[in-house]
Design a protein around this ligand. Structure first.
Ligand SMILES: C[S@@+](CC[C@H](N)C(=O)[O-])C[C@H]1O[C@@H](n2cnc3c(N)ncnc32)[C@H](O)[C@@H]1O
Length: 355
């Protein structure tokens, strides 16, 4: 299990007890005893965490006598750019089809491409759904942040972290619109008595969205710093930096509540918690030396590569960028080590029941 997966499992444990409670005690399965149960993971990505959640939900469902004999279908939903083939290859063999070397799955699986800010499933077709670490992804970038004549123009920054208040508010507005759309669509798709669980990075309240409240913001800030360096050296243009913006904005707990309860308010909130500075790591981060730290951060940089590619950055420039970023991380090793490599992020966690 790599370190990112360990983080996700640490985060997963924030949701699992209340999700299980809702599946066991609040979920109402369909009346007909033969109808399959449909589970969906929105923004599933790939990897052990995705499959871990599917297994967790199936195991919880199968402890119910009124579900135990039913077929369960797990739908893995994400943007079309998600590497669904990798996910499919990671699926354990279906029951009776393996060679006995790994635990088999009893559930059916499929992949569903699309955006979660629109409909992805037929009306009243899902029984249990989750979305983890996705609700801070915007449905689109605010137009004003790319408009040079707007006070929200995001000059010299790659996101709303520490941006001007006008830029951050433009981000937050698109985030609120997206959240409302997300819960509207899920309300259509999830059956009455169905369960929706989620967690995402979040803020305590809606004031100052430019303060996104996470310790590892230096990850983004170091990328920004590297970009500025390469602009100053003439390797990249000013515009390349000004026109690139991460489509991320952490919603506040009250913004989430407002979106969930927006009329017709189709969900009952079983749990909606704000967890200040939750640790992403199960144990303190440790690296043998600066080189190992640089290598790890360069590995994490891999998340940025598709975004840089779609921004039009040539692969050789992206390689150069990654190499300089790695070097900058190596240089900052002593300072980061003295601070204990803080990896805390404030999170919002919720379990909702479709009314
Ligand atoms: C940080 S990953 C989280 C993956 C996984 N859920 C987890 O907890 O480890 C965010 C995922 O959200 C997906 N995503 C972002 N915007 C999306 C959208 N509009 N619709 C569906 N998925 C989206 C990304 O493609 C990515 O797979």
């Amino acid at each position: 299990m790599d370190r990112r997966q360990t983080w996700s499992r640490v985060l997963g444990s924030m949701l699992e007890p209340s999700l299980k409670h809702a599946i066991l005690h609040q979920f109402s399965p369909p009346q007909s005893g033969t109808e399959p149960i449909h589970y969906a993971d929105f923004g599933c990505a790939v990897g052990a965490n995705t499959l871990g959640f599917a297994k967790f939900v199936v195991d919880a469902l199968k402890t119910r006598p009124d579900v135990i004999d039913r077929d369960i279908v797990c739908h893995f939903a994400d943007l079309p750019s998600n590497d669904f083939n990798t996910l499919f290859k990671q699926l354990p063999p279906f029951t009776g089809q393996g060679d006995g070397s790994v635990e088999e799955r009893t559930w059916f699986a499929d992949g569903v491409p699309g955006t979660q800010y629109g409909r992805m499933f037929p009306r009243s077709s899902l029984h249990v759904a989750i979305t983890t670490l996705t609700l801070h992804y915007l449905s689109e970038l605010p137009k004003s942040i790319l408009d040079k004549s707007s006070p929200a123009y995001n000059k010299g920054k790659i996101g709303c972290y520490g941006s001007s208040p006008a830029t951050a508010e433009a981000y937050a507005k698109v985030s609120r619109q997206g959240l409302r759309k997300f819960f509207e669509c899920r309300a259509e798709e999830i059956v009455s008595g169905g369960v929706l669980g989620f967690y995402c990075p979040g803020r305590r309240d809606r004031a100052h969205p430019e303060n996104q409240l996470f310790d590892d913001s230096y990850y983004v800030l170091d990328i920004e710093k590297t970009w500025k360096e390469l602009v100053n050296e003439g390797v990249l243009t000013d515009e390349s930096l000004d026109d690139f913006n991460l489509p991320l904005c952490h919603p506040s707990i009250d913004e989430l509540q407002e979106a969930i309860e927006h009329p017709p308010s189709a969900f009952r909130i079983e749990k909606l918690d704000f967890i200040e500075k939750s640790s992403l790591a199960d144990k303190p981060m440790e690296f043998d030396d600066a080189e190992a730290y640089g290598k790890f951060m360069a590995f994490m940089f891999g998340n940025m590569r598709p975004m840089l590619a779609s921004h039009g950055l040539a692969p050789e420039l992206t390689d150069k960028f990654e190499e300089r970023y790695r070097q900058n991380c190596e240089k900052s090793y002593a300072v980061k080590k003295a601070a204990g490599f803080p990896m805390n992020m404030s999170m919002c966690v919720a379990v909702l029941i479709r009314k």
